[in-house]
Design a binder for this molecule. Structure first.
Ligand SMILES: [Zn+2]
Length: 83
């Protein structure tokens, strides 16, 4: 029986898991779902909330969202989603 004495590098194969639906991002420029980042438009732009202490001096009727929203280009508006 012939032997092959050539040195071989061991390989291991694995099947990567299919990402779950909520792991996809939606690129509005491409109107398509992408995983991790859009190859054309780059990574997701994450705008963190403003840091606000748990107890503020504002009255209770001032919503916390109004205090934490990054006021660069965002604003609070009524939702168009029913309910
Ligand atoms: Zn894109």
């Amino acid at each position: 029986m012939p032997f092959n004495l050539r040195k071989r590098t061991p390989l291991s194969y694995y099947e990567p898991d299919e990402p779950k639906f909520d792991e996809y991002l939606y690129c509005e420029e491409c109107s398509d779902f992408v995983y991790d980042y859009c190859a054309i438009h780059g990574p997701l732009l994450v705008v963190p909330d403003n840091k606000v202490p748990a107890k503020t001096g504002f009255p209770a009727y001032v919503p916390r969202a109004a205090l934490t929203i990054p006021n660069v280009f965002l604003h609070i508006a009524p939702s168009i989603i029913p309910g």
